[in-house]
Structures are given as C-alpha cells and as structure tokens.
Design a protein around this ligand. Structure first.
Ligand code: HEM
Length: 140
C-alpha cells in the first residue's frame, strides 16, 4: 500500500511539474508576441494548463500527505524532510505567482519582458533538484 501511494504521489508530481515548466514558457512566448489573434490562443492555453497543473498539485499534496501519515514519526525525526517541505512551500508560492501572472496576461496588463520570464522559468528546476536530492540522497 505504502509503495502504491508513493508511486501515485510521484506520478502526480510529474503532472504538476509539466505545468510548472511549461506555463512560464508560454508566458515567454506571450510576452514576445504582438499579434492580437494569437493573444487569445495563448490565454486559452494558459487557462487550460493552469487547471491541469492545479489538479496535479492538489493530488501530489494529497498522496504525499497520505504517505507522510503512514510514517509520520520517522519523517519528523529527519532533517531532509522539513527541508523538502520548505521547497514545496516555495513551489506553492510560485504556483500562485503563475496564477497572478496569468490573470495579468488575460487582462492585457503584462509589463514584464520575455527576458524576465526566462529567468522566472528557471526557478522550478532549482526546487526540483533540491527536493529530489532530499528524498533520494537524504543527505541529513
Ligand atoms: C505537501 C507536499 C508533499 C508531501 C507531504 C510529500 C511527502 C512525501 C513522503 C512522505 C514521501 C515518502 C518518502 C519515502 O518513503 O521515502 C515522498 C516521496 C517522494 N516525494 Fe514527496 N511530498 C510532497 C511534495 C513533493 C514534491 C513537490 C515533489 C517533487 C518536486 C516530491 C517528490 C517526491 C519523490 C520523488 C518521492 C519518492 C522518493 C523515493 O523514491 O523514496 N514530493 N513525499
């Protein structure tokens, strides 16, 4: 049972990350674009992707919490788990920030350049590297 829950947790984590990587990439293209017609297409793509990644995030948390509950005392005795959790919290913040940016694009109020979005796009990769090292290597 434990391993099934963990497998489902990882599957939804990948779904979530597909969105965390691709939505900011859409923001880059959207910020570069000057064609009114493709603007509308970007808005629809962003909305659908945000919906899917939010479902991925919710299910990652649900199954992650289920795994956590099965071995709570052990995870709380480690240091790597709270470090992982800190980066997960940062990802929630990033997810919400993406939501705010999506609304700005929808209302055609974007002021940021595509270069800014290119940097913004790097952040989830950093969180992914740290989290995977925490759960697999468990350095402390
Ligand atoms: C509230 C959010 C989360 C909770 C409560 C949670 C909790 C957990 C727990 C308790 C485990 C089991 C560890 C073990 O038995 O070894 C686990 C495994 C794992 N988690 Fe999460 N997690 C969350 C979010 C994430 C996120 C955002 C990622 C990816 C960036 C992630 C990646 C992984 C991976 C790759 C494993 C498998 C480790 C292994 O192979 O043993 N988790 N998670």
């Amino acid at each position: 049972m434990y391993l099934w829950l963990k497998a489902i947790h990882v599957i939804f984590m990948v779904t979530w990350f597909a969105g965390l990587f691709y939505l900011p990439r859409l923001f880059i293209y959207h910020a570069m674009d000057e064609n009114k017609q493709s603007f509308e297409l970007f808005k629809v793509m962003e909305k659908r992707l945000f919906g899917i990644m939010t479902i991925g995030a919710a299910l990652t948390v649900l199954f992650g919490t289920a795994v956590l509950m099965m071995n709570w005392a052990y995870f709380m005795s480690t240091l790597w788990f709270p470090v992982k959790f800190l980066f997960v919290l940062a990802l929630f913040g990033y997810h919400y920030w993406c939501y705010r940016i999506m609304l700005e694009f929808r209302q055609e109020r974007n002021q940021r350049s595509h270069v800014w979005y290119r940097w913004f796009n790097e952040a989830p990769a950093l969180a992914l590297i740290v989290i995977v090292i925490m759960v697999i290597v468990r350095p402390f």
